[in-house]
Design a protein around this ligand. Structure first.
Ligand code: NAD
Ligand code: ZN
Ligand code: ZN
Length: 385
């Protein structure tokens, strides 16, 4: 079968032939129908030896949708022929976190890393930029019904990570995640209903957080354009989008952002002005460079939340007393949980979330990688075997 592989650190991804795997034990074999390319793939391709807790060779691709074609004798979960999306962070499967579907925060991660076990599909383990993907267990598969595979695949990271980051802005995680306050992304900004964030932007006690919380999304790429839609679908926040590309701001607008601006010298002023000078309640940073962290912090109000998702390598000094806004809450979300993925799939199936895709045949993977690297992808690049 064909597979897009990283053979050694620093090498370009190569399309090559490898043996088709065959499932044993609990394993399940998926015929890949679509696989998304993520900004993280660029970080993996550009990583220096020793900086990631795993090593090549492996097949890339951690956003995967397909059809179950073979099951090991002890397999659980979806039957042969079912369409599924792959839950990509692969934990130990046995600890408390894994037991509740939070394999992204597996308690045995350090041990798995020490054993060079890989972080998940396409991240140290063979991933889905290939004709087939071997999944360690059916617990890592979610049925997607008749959802278009090119829509389904990006949900497993771009959608899931964005959902998890948005849900993590809530001070009370017990809030109603199935929300749909606005009845979808085209709903009214202050539409009725009782779902929503339960306080996206602030420490709860400040009130007024649900109606009129201002949330900045920095970086409207694969993840960011879905974050805008998810914010619109499950919260009543006002969404302010920032990117360096005009096309990305146009996409943010299509996704329901209330305001968008390309980065300029006066971007912080422009954002603050949108909040009546109070500052914003939350920043979702899908870039994570020093520049974007600086921008985010300069517009956050006291008691606000910074969610650092992008792996841009920017650093913050956390110190008291110091220059950070008082009451600031910082989160470093990693991927998402299986229940989060269930919510994202439900949002997509309901039509509240729709991935903007640019489709490439698997054979053109190197071209798709170049397009992503040079900022020419609108939404998500998806490879179709
Ligand atoms: P992407 O390339 O599709 O999107 C990045 C967007 O940011 C682009 O629209 C780009 O124009 C914009 N951008 C770049 N520099 C900017 C700047 N200085 N200011 C404003 N906008 C800027 O990438 P993606 O797949 O959406 O991934 C985004 C980041 O998130 C990557 O760093 C990736 O590694 C990371 N990521 C993290 C997780 C996690 O679990 N925390 C999961 C997936 C991806
Ligand atoms: Zn990713
Ligand atoms: Zn675990």
């Amino acid at each position: 079968m064909r597979a897009v592989r990283l053979t050694h650190w620093g090498a370009p991804a190569v399309l090559t032939d490898v043996e088709r795997p065959s499932p044993s034990g609990e394993e399940v074999l998926i015929r890949v129908e679509a696989a998304g390319l993520c900004g993280s793939d660029l970080h993996v391709l550009g990583a220096r030896p020793g900086t990631l807790p795993y090593a090549p060779p492996f097949t890339l691709g951690h956003e995967v949708a397909g059809r179950v074609v073979e099951r090991g004798p002890d397999a659980v979960g979806p039957r042969i022929g079912e369409r599924v999306v792959v839950y990509g962070p692969w934990g130990c499967g046995r600890c408390g976190r894994c037991a509740v579907g939070a394999e992204n925060y597996c308690d045995r991660r350090a041990a798995l890393d020490a054993a060079r076990a890989g972080t998940g599909a396409g991240l140290g383990r063979d991933g889905g930029l290939a004709d087939f993907l071997l999944v360690p267990s059916g617990r890592l598969l979610l049925p997607v019904g008749d959802l278009d595979p090119a829509q389904a695949a990006p949900l497993s990271d771009a959608g899931l990570t964005s959902y998890h980051a948005v849900a993590g802005l809530r001070p009370t995680p017990g809030g109603d995640r199935s929300g749909g306050r606005n009845g979808g992304r085209n709903g009214g900004e202050n539409g009725g209903g009782t779902g929503g964030t339960g306080g996206t932007g602030g420490p709860g006690s400040t009130g007024g957080d649900v109606d009129g919380a201002n949330v900045v999304v920095i970086g409207v790429g694969g993840l960011g354009h879905l974050a805008v839609q998810i914010l619109r679908a499950i919260t009543s926040a006002r969404v302010l989008a920032v990117d360096v590309r005009e096309e990305a701001i146009a996409l943010a607008d299509e996704c329901g952002a209330h305001f968008g601006t390309v980065v300029r010298a006066d971007t912080a002023d422009a954002l603050r002005k949108r909040t009546g000078d109070a500052g914003v309640d939350a920043v979702l940073d899908f870039v994570g460079t020093s520049a974007t962290l600086g921008l985010g912090l300069s517009v956050l109000r006291a008691g606000g939340a910074l969610s650092l998702v992008g792996s841009g390598g920017g650093e913050l000094t956390v110190r008291k007393p110091g220059a950070l806004p008082p009451g600031l809450r910082i989160s470093l979300p990693f991927w998402g949980t299986r229940p989060d993925l269930e919510q994202v799939v439900a949002l997509a199936r309901s039509g509240a979330v729709r991935v903007a895709t640019e489709r490439f045949p698997l054979s053109r993977a190197p071209e798709a990688i170049d397009a992503l690297r040079s900022g020419r992808v609108r939404g998500r690049a998806v490879l179709i075997p």
